[in-house]
Design a protein around this ligand. Structure first.
Ligand code: AMP
Length: 111
């Protein structure tokens, strides 16, 4: 069971900012920007590479939730959406999640 499944099951606390039938969004415990929210599907899917055509609706809902979080936190000047998949990307929790980062200037390319 990953740490995100424990948050979904309310076994460990998190600062939840949005919840829907199929996903939950909470603040990252180690924020990399003033706003850093993780959007996590309730059904455990390890990473994007494991997504199937049947996950299309869920994947769309994750991005729509990212936009909803951006609106909620009034990230009018922009924000970044990140999905880390696999070791080269620095994935540390094997449960698909979308990072939403905002309220600071981002640089490109990312590290
Ligand atoms: P990634 O590196 O893309 O797998 O992202 C995993 C993220 O989960 C990291 O940014 C961590 O800071 C975050 N994280 C790990 N444990 C927790 C937790 N208990 N509550 C909130 N965020 C967490």
């Amino acid at each position: 069971m990953t740490i995100f499944e424990k948050i979904i099951a309310r076994e460990i606390p998190a600062d939840i900012v949005l919840e829907k039938e199929n996903l939950i969004a909470f603040r990252d415990v180690n924020p990399q920007a003033p706003v850093h929210v993780l959007i996590v599907p309730k059904r455990a899917l390890p990473r994007l590479l494991d997504a199937k055509t049947s996950d299309r609706e869920l994947l769309g809902d994750l991005l729509l939730a990212a936009a909803e979080v951006a609106k909620k936190f009034e990230l009018k000047n922009g924000f970044r959406v990140v999905v880390n998949s696999g070791p080269d990307a620095g994935e540390s929790v094997p449960h698909l999640h979308v990072h939403v980062l905002g309220q600071r200037q981002m640089s490109w390319p990312p590290g």
